[in-house]
Design a protein around this ligand. Structure first.
Ligand code: FAD
Length: 442
């Protein structure tokens, strides 16, 4: 069987926690044991240790994108600050971006405080400018740096400049998610793995009323588990990201789109002397189809990109993680960037979640809370989401609960086949625009 990622593999065999057998009552029941679900459990348990919190994962904590990603804990957000400002005002847009930058530091702070060794290194991120067309586009960016500065960080081929941001740390994604699961367990949170949520419902129930919290009076949540069990809770948190479409009634909320990765064997010292990334800056370049890389703590290149197809009906299957043409394109891009044909140690992929308007959101309504739709920028954002959900559930009015993504609802994706046609046409058009740019630059 294909293992979900190099990162998970590197931790050795995973022993699943026992599944939920029968019914359960809780204060907060969280569907999904990735970063979103676990950070929510963490902040809730810290704020109110008496609360009964349960996390339910269909496989195991970190099985999803949280155990497979590129390990960029970044302040990136899929909606630009300018677009946020047009919609929510400049102050709200600036607050959102400040909060995301703060989340990068918060991940570092908590992992250090809780002894989660996840190879966190905050070296910032550099997007390399490698063609005159990219240079024209990049020059207006406040983070623009000249070719010498960019090359000093990441000496790739054809570098004409770069866009640098300090708001990024490289980390080992699976060490973070598995470490976080152990920490929340230590705080008294119950985790059931191998426990698939099939349906989330709300019901009006004076008996299990919310004790006057956060406008959910009289509403409680109910989770149906595959195999027959039921969980009753004052609040349910939906934290399923790319897997949301598998939940009854949510098929068109978030489209699962695959991102794929490869990792090299550890590379020799001479390579790193030449290329740099001395502070483990994460790197990409200014092409349109997303690519992303990091130097791992053990001196490998972990490198990923989009371009794998979206699958009809938002289906997710293990075989979709492996697309030989995309792996080959990633390998060729490493060669193009660094002039080496490195030994590849592992290839994998996984689904991230895209809402119709590309705007991530966090919210709580009628006893059901949710967070996600991060597109490909969920590592640090999920920490911010977890803190925000904790405040919402505890009924605390804070700077976090006033951020513009709170309560936002994207419109739903089109029914099939329009969704399949639209998303795949978008992916192809992006690749085509890059090819055109390359041809013009040649
Ligand atoms: C290859 C790849 C590279 C990426 N690179 C980056 C990056 O470098 N930086 C960045 O910021 N973001 C990146 N992302 C996105 C980032 O990983 C995600 O946004 C983030 O991990 C989402 O966390 P989550 O907890 O919301 O979802 P997930 O981690 O996907 O967790 C969802 C969990 O729900 C479980 N589940 C599914 N269905 C059910 C069900 N019915 N009942 C119960 N449990 C269920 C799954 O087993 C899974 O554990 C990448 C994603 C991928 C796939």
């Amino acid at each position: 069987m294909n293992s979900p990622s190099f990162w998970l593999d590197s931790l050795g065999p995973i022993e699943k926690r026992p599944p939920l057998a029968g019914d359960l009552e809780a204060d907060v029941a969280i569907a999904g044991g990735g970063y979103t679900g676990l950070w929510t459990a963490y902040y809730l348990a810290k704020a109110d240790p008496s609360r009964r919190i349960v996390v339910l994962d269909a496989e195991y904590c970190g099985f999803g994108a949280s155990g497979r990603n590129g390990g960029w804990a970044s302040g990136l957000f899929p909606v630009s600050e300018a677009r946020l400002a047009r919609r929510f005002g400049p102050d709200a847009a600036a607050a959102m971006h400040r909060a995301l930058g703060g989340a990068v530091d918060e991940v570092g702070r908590v992992t250090a405080a809780e002894g989660i060794d996840c190879d966190y290194a905050k070296g910032g991120t550099i997007s390399l400018v490698r063609s005159p067309i990219q240079l024209r586009r990049a020059k207006g960016d406040p983070g623009f740096v000249d070719a010498g500065t960019a090359r000093a960080m990441c000496h790739a081929t054809g570098v004409l400049g770069g866009i640098y941001s300090e708001h990024c740390a490289a980390l080992h994604p699976a060490k973070l998610v598995r470490g976080l699961a152990s920490v929340v367990e230590g705080l008294g949170v119950t985790i059931h793995e191998g426990t698939r949520v099939e349906q989330i419902k709300t019901e009006r129930s004076p008996r299990r009323g919310n004790g006057g919290q956060a406008g959910q009076d009289g509403q409680t949540g109910q989770i149906k588990i595959s195999g027959g069990g039921t969980v009753h809770a004052r609040t349910i948190v939906r934290a399923l990201e790319g897997y949301t479409a598998g939940l009854a009634g949510h098929r068109r909320d978030i489209a699962p789109v695959y991102s794929l990765m490869i990792v090299t064997e550890p590379l020799p010292e001479e390579f790193w002397q030449r290329v740099g990334l001395a502070r483990r800056e994460t790197f990409t370049d200014e092409r349109r189809l997303v690519i992303y890389g990091q130097r791992t703590a053990d001196d490998r290149l972990a490198f990923g990109g989009r371009g794998a197809p979206y699958h009809f009906g938002s289906r997710i299957r293990p075989e979709y993680d492996l697309v030989p043409e995309v792996f080959e394109a990633l390998r060729a891009t490493i060669t193009e960037l660094f002039g080496i044909d490195p030994p590849i140690a592992h290839r994998w992929g996984g689904p991230l979640g895209i809402p119709r308007d590309w705007m991530p959101s966090v919210g709580l309504r009628d006893a059901v809370a949710w967070a996600g739709g991060y597109v490909g920028d969920g590592v640090a954002a999920a920490n911010l989401a977890g803190r925000t959900l904790s405040d919402l559930i505890l009924g605390i009015d804070s700077d976090l609960t006033r951020l513009p993504w709170v309560g936002h609802r994207s419109r739903r994706w089109e029914p099939e086949p329009a969704r399949w046609l639209g998303i795949n046409a978008g992916l192809r058009a992006t690749a085509l625009l890059d090819a055109l740019d390359r041809r013009r630059a040649a």
